[in-house]
Design a protein around this ligand. Structure first.
Ligand code: CP
Length: 321
């Protein structure tokens, strides 16, 4: 794998390959000595132009558990505030010996630019760009769903037969976009539920069903319900109901949690707005996978860095696609 920029275009074999390598990585994390020598001598740069808790720390933990050296760069407090460009910032880090650059950026397409511009030779991993994509989040969500439903029999399996409902601020969500492409590639049926003003106009081209009533969607009996964070910082021109109205109509409260099928699970990528899109009762319930998602994120990112830096080619690359 040369770069990981998006889940749109990631085919089923390559997606399963990442999830299966993540299974191997997860198994190593149960051992007393968790550190592997695999990426000794490699340098991973975390290049974060937007805030992050989970993704940045998770990539750092993943790289360190594979024995890579890690350089953490945050735009805050850097020469970006003096006007330094993405090109100059990236080339500066490359000059320090980066083998992989993990980038989060507020502009959709920034990782693609970095990967295709010829500015750097390092592999590029998209850690979230604007409203466009967050591929490792979708991979860890798929990994978590697969693990919960298929357990030890997960390896090699896709998500055929499972129904996933994604609820909330679809318009601004790179997590929703990456999940739609990955989950449907893996055979899951995906339904989106949102206020009409928070559904993107191009959703008609997505392989999903769109609904507007959360109670009806819950009565439909989804296997997994993924609640999204309301991104108030990106709301700009979009009409947003009051927070109270939002939580009453589209929030996962205790009553809606109780109405879900007994074996269904609740995901949230974090950070959560407790009391708005998800109640504390739902976030902390046994069917919530929020902390499993965080733990699985390390295994999935170990798999991605391993496939990127340890010389393994994807099936698509083997086929010359
Ligand atoms: N889920 C996610 O991307 O969280 P962070 O913004 O904390 O990285």
């Amino acid at each position: 794998m040369r770069h990981l920029l998006d889940t749109k275009g990631l085919d089923r074999r390559d997606a399963l390959r990442i999830l299966d390598v993540a299974e191997d990585m997860s198994a190593t994390q149960q051992r007393e000595v968790r550190k592997l020598p695999t990426l000794r001598g490699k340098t991973v740069v975390n290049l974060f132009f937007e805030d992050s808790t989970r993704t940045r720390i998770s990539f750092e933990a993943a790289a360190k558990r594979l024995s890579a050296d890690v350089i953490n760069f945050s735009a805050k407090g850097s020469s970006v505030s003096k006007g330094e460009s993405l090109q100059d910032t990236a080339q500066t880090l490359q000059a320090m010996g980066a083998d992989a650059v993990v980038i989060r950026h507020g502009a959709s397409g920034a990782p693609q630019t970095l990967a295709t511009s010829g500015w750097i030779s390092a592999g590029v991993v998209n850690a979230g760009d604007g409203t466009h994509a967050h591929p490792t989040q979708a991979l860890l969500d798929a990994f978590t769903i697969r693990k919960r439903f298929f357990g030890d029999a997960s390896r090699g399996r896709d998500l055929s037969g499972l129904r996933v409902t994604i609820v909330g601020d679809i318009l601004h969500s790179r997590v929703a976009r990456s999940n739609v492409w990955l989950l449907t590639t893996l055979g899951a049926e995906v339904t989106l539920v949102a206020p009409p003003t928070l559904v993107p106009q191009d959703v008609t081209a997505w392989p999903v069903r769109v609904a507007y009533d959360l109670d009806e969607a819950i009565a439909d009996g989804p296997d997994a319900l993924m609640m999204l964070r309301i991104q108030l910082e990106r709301m700009n021109a979009a009409y947003f109901p009051t927070e109270r109205e939002y939580s009453r109509t589209w929030g996962l409260d205790a009553a809606r949690l109780a109405a879900l099928p007994a074996d269904s699970i609740v995901l949230h990528p974090g950070p959560m707005n407790r009391g708005m899109e998800i109640s504390a009762a739902a976030a902390d319930s046994p069917r919530s996978t929020v902390l499993e998602q965080v733990a699985n994120g390390v295994s999935v990112r170990m798999a991605v860095l391993y496939l990127l830096l340890a010389g393994e080619r994807t099936e698509a690359e083997e086929d010359g696609r």
